[in-house]
Design a protein around this ligand. Sequence first.
Ligand SMILES: Cc1cc2nc3c(=O)[nH]c(=O)nc-3n(C[C@H](O)[C@H](O)[C@H](O)COP(=O)(O)O)c2cc1C
Length: 144
Amino acid sequence: MDVLQAIKDRRSIRRLKSDSVNEEDLNMVLEAGRWAPSWKNSQCCKFVVVRDYETKEKLAHTAGSGNPAFDASQNGPLTIVICGEKGKAGCEGGKPVTNKGDWYMFDTGLATQNMMLVAHALGLGSVPSDVRDQTCLAHARPGS
Ligand SMILES: Cc1cc2nc3c(=O)[nH]c(=O)nc-3n(C[C@H](O)[C@H](O)[C@H](O)COP(=O)(O)O)c2cc1C
């Protein structure tokens, strides 16, 4: 798929089928995130794949049941939580070196767009959604 066309065609999809995403497709989406550029190649992004319904539900609730992406977050087949490790992007020795502070939101945004475009090219819908409290991930079962 032509990149510009994929950029133009991608839309936030908020009504997702619950069909599972196959591993090959998921790995291509994650790979697209890993290959995203990062500040001084500092690679602050970490991706957590959540399939477990209880954790997806908790994550969805952190953005609120009134969030337009609530149903997709709770009932879609999986959520990829995009995390940014602080003290890397835009930083040296853990401290920001520009007057813009930590750049992790910039780098996670680049990775997110890469992933959504590859998902779209694979025929998978996606929607970015806020996670307003990530602490519910602390109890997620690895591999679930
Ligand atoms: C940082 C960011 C956070 C977003 N958070 C939400 C959200 O919490 N819920 C939601 O339904 N859409 C969310 N969106 C999706 C935007 O509403 C959507 O991208 C915008 O309306 C343009 O529509 P499109 O993605 O279909 O082009 C978010 C988008 C971005 C970039």
